[in-house]
Design a protein around this ligand. Structure first.
Ligand code: ZN
Length: 154
């Protein structure tokens, strides 16, 4: 864990507690500059791995998904809390499932469904924005066929 102030990479945990669903709030102190900061870390005991299309596995990374969603919601009347909620819902489904490995396609579909309910503009935008996020668990290649189907249907 890297200090956001001085970039020193040794910190100690002062306090730790469960905060929102599936994340742990940690109060940390930098061993370099002694400043304190708070981190929200996903629960590490049961890491979920994402199965990419090519069969490789990467750790599930909520922050990457969040950054994609945030871009989609740019200048939309959507609060950070709503985005938190959306990511939380997606995570809840993934963790509830009990599977330790989840296809990236499933994650993409969950985000899509949640966004569709939340905001039509953000939903459509997500479709175009995520092309920039080729590493977001391969959203792009996984979701394109779904989008193509939707277009054909409408
Ligand atoms: Zn520091």
């Amino acid at each position: 864990m890297r200090c956001p102030y001085c970039k020193h990479d040794e910190t100690k945990v002062i306090d730790s507690r469960n905060s929102q669903d599936f994340s742990i709030r940690r109060r940390r102190e930098c061993l370099g500059c002694e400043r304190r900061f708070t981190t929200y870390e996903k629960i590490e005991e049961s890491p979920v791995r994402v199965i990419k299309k090519d069969g490789t596995r990467v750790p599930f990374d909520r922050e990457r998904i969040r950054s994609g969603v945030e871009k989609a919601c740019y200048k939309r009347p959507i609060s950070p809390e709503q985005i938190d909620l959306l990511i939380g819902e997606v995570e809840a489904v993934i963790y509830e499932d009990g599977e330790r490995e989840v296809p990236s396609r499933l994650i993409g579909e969950l985000v899509f469904n949640a966004l569709r309910d939340l905001d039509k503009v953000a939903f459509v935008r997500f479709a175009s924005v995520y092309r920039e996020f080729q590493d977001v668990h391969d959203f792009v290649e996984e979701l394109q066929p779904i989008l193509d189907n939707r277009r054909r249907e409408s």
